[in-house]
Design a protein around this ligand. Sequence first.
Ligand SMILES: Nc1ncnc2c1ncn2[C@@H]1O[C@H](COP(=O)(O)OP(=O)(O)OP(=O)(O)O)[C@@H](O)[C@H]1O
Length: 246
Amino acid sequence: MTETVIKTDKLTKRFGDFIATNGITFEVHKGEIFGFLGANGAGKTTAMRMLCGLSKPSSGSAQVAGFDVYKQTEQIKRNIGYMSQKFSLYEDLTVVENIRFFGGIYGLSNADIKTKSESLLAQLGMESEAKKLVGSLPLGWKQKLSFSVAVLHRPKIVFLDEPTGGVDPVTRRQFWNLIYAAAQDGITIFVTTHYMDEAEYCNRISIMVDGKIEALDTPRALKQRYNTTTMDDVFYQLARGAKRSE
Ligand SMILES: Nc1ncnc2c1ncn2[C@@H]1O[C@H](COP(=O)(O)OP(=O)(O)OP(=O)(O)O)[C@@H](O)[C@H]1O
């Protein structure tokens, strides 16, 4: 039977009178690559912050890795990885110092950190960059490194908020190879993106419009339902009626 690692029921976040995330209900399964799409301001980051235990919902319920988002936020944080375009590594530490630092935060032993950093650097082909400052690396490398660090402690789920923003298609493709490898290892991937080619790489996608999930299915089923051949067009058909966009 498929294991459910995220389960929400009418999850809602209000800011005063404004409903940023409006009653979303969905499930994500173990090892799935789940795309969380929506136009700017649709409510994706707000929803993701609640799932990561960083923001308390106004109403509804959610369990992440089996833990409750109201009462068990510390357990949630220990079982997830998180990466956003805005939060990255320490630019003034070297590659290997960053790996050591985050390994320590995640509670890995020194021996484990050493083995993991060697295999991580080999996987990324970054052995000769180990002693370089992260700040001196190209953005695409930083993002790949940042992802690898976010899964260093082998979390059950990794949340990625627009992880590939601003990099070229080749680098984005390489980044997705890392995502596939992590998913193969049983890590569930929850990813927001504005790139529709990336949406195609997901097992299932939800599309949010003005705080609500308007569609949720495989890319293939969504294209059939909206009678089109591209995710771009599915997205456009759903999002064109959106009242919010920034
Ligand atoms: N702390 C807050 N107080 C008031 N309004 C907020 C707050 N955080 C977010 N919002 C509003 O909630 C709405 C949803 O924002 P959110 O950042 O979740 O959207 P998003 O789908 O992640 O958009 P983007 O793709 O631009 O990151 C926006 O209209 C935003 O202005």
